[in-house]
Design a protein around this ligand. Structure first.
Ligand SMILES: [Ca+2]
Length: 440
């Protein structure tokens, strides 16, 4: 800044010289006038003139005072201002330097808490930072990959859960209910056969018994085949049943009977649910009642058939249970014994065991393209569709066309019928149940 000051002074001197030239020309005029004695400027010759006419002269000037503009008076002020600014800049520079050192220290802390002097250049520090960021990005990428794998795993599990459909759940619940029922019934049977108080109770005529089924009436000496009122489940109301006290020791509760075609069996779900027909002739007892009876005790099933040739045969199954409506009255049929053949377990592809009940208005069968109940005009535990159907149409003689009559697939001669030929029909059919532990 001092240099600039000097430059400015040089400019002032130059200005003064210009002023001097002007003053010089004015001096010539002053000399020509009368004022020459008073003029303090003198021009004098000094020494000899040279050949070309050039002579040395000396000019004497009076003391010179220059009037400068007022602004020049602020130069000192500006100097001070500039000095202040310079100090401020210097402080800022120092501060900036300190900041940089601090930043470097923060970036490279010593492992034991001491500050490690930075030996690297700013470029290396930047590289380190980039590497740190790269590591962070790699870690995040790895985390994302793990999260994706976890999501994929959850998605697979969800798909597997979707495969567990309602049918699987129903099958499971159904089988559990059946198992529990058999356990309870067997305990019940043991108690009634061993418990002496039960015999004492039965021997007292004044004691009121709950008659769960026809075997209880048989137990108190009833031997007449007719209708009786039973209460298989005290929580549900009692109802009338027809008891067969003659066949194979008696004590049978009849759940279905065909003998003359007086009752139409082409019925709805609701009708099969509550039952229909005449207990003394033809009827379906009702799926709800059959469920309660088979739930109350472990039951066996007997089927009696007679054709129009007078042939009488029977099938005996050592287990019979029908689930409730929620389980679509699914049937459990035990092992076969008898003379009519095991038509309910006809083959792998025709098996009525463990099948749901189907009616013309409620398709629960295993035939995917239609309703077996609609096709065969009845309610039954259809497979896809039949090797037996005791609720088929009652034909009074042989018939042609769709085999929608009463049908038992193992009946003698049934397989000899030609596809378009006559089909045999049945004169009588009957389904009845009795406790497994019944003793005539
Ligand atoms: Ca179907």
């Amino acid at each position: 800044m001092k240099l600039a000051n000097l430059c400015w002074l040089s400019s002032a001197v130059l200005a003064a010289q210009s002023f001097l030239v002007v003053a010089n020309s004015e001096t010539e005029e002053v000399r020509d006038e009368a004022m020459k004695d008073a003029c303090p400027v003198r021009l004098e010759s000094r020494g000899k003139c040279e050949e070309g006419g050039e002579c040395p002269f000396q000019v004497s000037l009076p003391p010179l005072t220059l009037q400068l503009p007022k602004q020049f008076g602020r130069i000192e002020e500006v100097f001070k201002e500039v000095q202040n600014l310079k100090e401020i800049v210097s402080n800022l520079k120092k501060c900036c330097h300190d900041c940089k050192l601090q930043a470097d220290d923060n970036r490279d802390p010593g492992t034991n808490g001491l500050l490690v002097p930075s030996t690297g250049t700013p470029g290396e520090a930047a590289d380190n930072r980039v590497r740190e960021l790269e590591n962070e990005v790699n870690k995040l990428s790895s985390d994302l990959k793990n999260a994706k794998e976890e999501i994929d795993g959850l998605h697979d599990r969800l798909e597997k859960l979707n495969l567990v459909n309602m049918n699987n759940i129903e099958n499971y619940v159904d089988s559990k209910v059946a198992n529990l029922t058999f356990v309870v019934n067997s305990l019940d049977g043991k108690c009634s056969s061993k418990c002496p108080s039960q015999e004492q109770i039965q021997s007292r005529p004044v004691q009121h018994l709950i008659y769960k089924d026809c075997s209880d009436y048989h137990a108190i000496g009833k031997r007449s085949s007719e209708t009786y009122r039973v209460t298989p489940d005290p929580k549900n109301s009692s109802f009338e049943v027809y008891c067969d006290m003659d066949t194979m020791g008696g004590g049978w509760t009849v759940v279905q009977a065909r003998l003359d075609g007086s009752t139409n069996f082409n019925r709805t779900w609701q009708e099969y649910k509550v039952g229909f027909g005449n207990l003394r002739r033809e009827f379906w007892l009702g799926n709800d009642k059959i469920h309660l009876l088979t739930k109350s005790k472990e039951m066996i099933l007997r089927i009696d058939l007679e054709d129009f040739n007078g042939l009488k045969l029977y099938a005996l199954y050592d287990q019979f249970y029908v689930g409730n409506e929620f389980l679509k009255y699914r049937v459990h049929i035990g092992n076969y014994n008898g003379t009519a053949g095991d038509a309910l377990h006809f083959s792998k592809h025709y098996n009525h065991d463990m099948k749901f009940f189907t009616t013309p208005d409620r398709d629960n069968d295993r035939y995917p393209s239609g309703n077996c109940g609609l096709f065969y005009s009845s309610g039954w535990w259809f497979d896809a569709c039949i090797s037996a159907n005791l609720n088929g149409k009652y034909y009074h003689q042989k018939y042609r066309g769709v085999r929608n009559g009463i049908f038992w697939g193992t009946w003698p001669g049934v397989n000899e019928a030609h596809p378009g030929g006559y089909k045999s029909s049945f004169k009588e059919a009957k389904m009845m149940i009795r406790p497994k532990h019944f003793k005539p």
